[in-house]
Write a protein that binds this ligand. Structure first.
Ligand code: S3P
Length: 449
């Protein structure tokens, strides 16, 4: 399904951010490990999360959507996960597969993980290698890529691990495996990454300690422990809220409110950066829900200027650089984003996908091994963007089209449902003009070899 975004008039209205993807994955996985029935309100019903719901059932848990929209997960508790009958297909979800690998590692089982083309190209050794130090064995494609078979006798040793860079997925996988060891498992994070796993583990009864260590933290969990079912209220996803927020900042006359946005300090680097660029973002109505701070964000069209994003901010906005690049394309001056080499191993190589997206639409960029720079100005548009099956590249391109001289098209918009199934109705409800496109004669950028 190719999609085109046309120049929009002012955006206005109040919308609610969809449920947070990271917290939704964790609620299903911890619920599946726990004794008893976990209930989840506000679960993101995106394709990535639905793949995780099916995956946890493959191991013996039960995940059911109730008539009122809540989900209930009956966990495996002391019985533990058991070997799935067939392979476990995690779809497009890096968080899903990596966290489930960690959770499964602590039980006596064997499992083969698969995923779509994008997930199969992503490195899994970063999780499988530390898990093998704890006692699992695995057989995978080059670089630990999928399909990968993990085998465990359920008798793991605790681990003290320092990952080469901050990654919440790696940290979470090791902590989840640590639940079923005899002793303390520790992850030494060089910089703080999102802390949802440690927060949720505490709510499920695990003994977790977090101590500051330089710019990062020493996060430990004590095993063995059987998690106890809990209720999880999923707050709105700041990574999804980013799209209407940047749309309003860059579309003249816009004035919108995005409600229910999680304001966890490990997730709001984009909001800090947009504010530094001169953006009008006012967070209001702060409250706590399910242990997370949430707020409503009022956004108005603003004159933006380029900035250099501090490299140590990257973990708190690692998924937001493509949409920041769209704000940068409309800003006065150059925005420099470096220290973000990790972007190359996300759903696509997001450094080259983002610069290609902008170049195809007349925006000047420079690409470095560890980042890129964007020179702002008037956006010509008129290009068709190759999305590489990456939802955040697709949505960023469509936001660019709202304030470009010519419409901006994408080759495929289907995968947007992985994280933001209501994107089209929410954006068009605010006044955007994003429609399924006719592709004949469209100009395209060159797909990566
Ligand atoms: C996530 C962590 C991040 C992020 C991903 C979600 C999570 O990945 O990019 O979209 O939920 O733990 P890394 O931990 O690999 O940086």
């Amino acid at each position: 399904m190719s999609v085109t975004s046309h120049r929009a008039a002012a955006l206005s209205g109040t919308v609610r951010a969809p449920g947070d993807k990271s917290i939704s994955h964790r609620a299903l996985i911890l619920g599946a490990m726990a004794e008893g029935t976990t209930t989840v309100s506000g679960l993101l019903e995106g394709a990535d999360i639905l793949a995780t719901a099916v995956a946890v059932q493959d191991f013996g848990a039960r995940a059911v959507r109730k008539a009122n929209g809540d989900w209930s997960i009956t966990g495996c508790g002391d019985t533990g996960f058991t070997s799935p009958a067939g392979h476990v297909d995690c779809g497009n979800a890096g968080t899903g597969v990596r966290l489930i690998m960690g959770a499964a590692a602590g039980y006596d089982l064997s499992v083969t993980f698969t995923g779509d083309a994008s997930l199969s190209a992503r490195p899994m050794g970063r999780v499988l290698d530390p898990l093998s130090e704890m006692g699992v064995t695995y057989d995978a494609q080059e670089g630990g890529r999928l399909p990968a078979t993990l085998t465990s006798n359920g008798n793991l040793s605790p681990l003290d691990y320092t990952p080469p860079h901050a990654s919440a997925q790696v940290k979470s996988a090791i902590l989840l495996a640590g639940l079923n060891t005899n002793g303390i498992t520790t992850v030494n994070e060089p910089t703080l990454s999102r802390d949802h796993t440690e927060n949720m583990l505490k709510a499920f009864g695990a003994d977790v300690t977090v101590k500051s260590q330089g710019d990062g933290a020493k996060v430990s969990v004590k095993g063995p422990v059987t998690l106890k079912a809990a209720h999880v209220n999923v707050p709105g996803d700041p990574s999804s809220a980013a799209f209407p927020i940047v749309a309003a900042l860059t579309t003249p006359g816009s004035d919108i409110i995005v409600e229910n946005v999680m304001m966890n300090p490990t997730r709001i680097g984009l909001f800090e950066t947009l504010t530094e660029m001169g953006g009008y973002l006012r967070s209001d109505n702060f409250r706590t829900s399910g242990g997370e701070i949430i707020a409503d964000i009022h956004v108005k069209h603003s004159k933006l200027h380029g900035v250099t994003v501090p490299e140590n901010r990257a973990p708190s906005m690692i998924d937001e650089y493509p949409i920041l690049a769209i704000a940068a394309a409309h800003a006065n001056g150059t925005t420099i984003m470096r220290g973000i080499g990790e972007m190359r191993v996300k759903e696509s190589d997001r450094i080259s996908a983002t610069t290609a997206l902008l170049t195809a639409n007349g925006v000047e960029t420079s690409e470095y091994e560890d980042g890129f720079a964007v020179k702002g100005g008037t956006v010509a548009g008129g290009g068709t963007v190759i999305t590489h099956h990456d939802h955040r590249i697709a949505m960023s391109a469509l936001i660019l089209g709202l304030n470009a001289t010519q419409p901006v098209s994408i080759d495929d918009g289907e995968m947007i449902a992985t994280s933001f199934p209501t994107f089209f109705e929410l954006m068009n409800g605010l006044g955007a003009n994003i429609k399924e496109a006719r592709t004949e004669g469209a100009q395209t950028d060159t797909p990566a070899a």
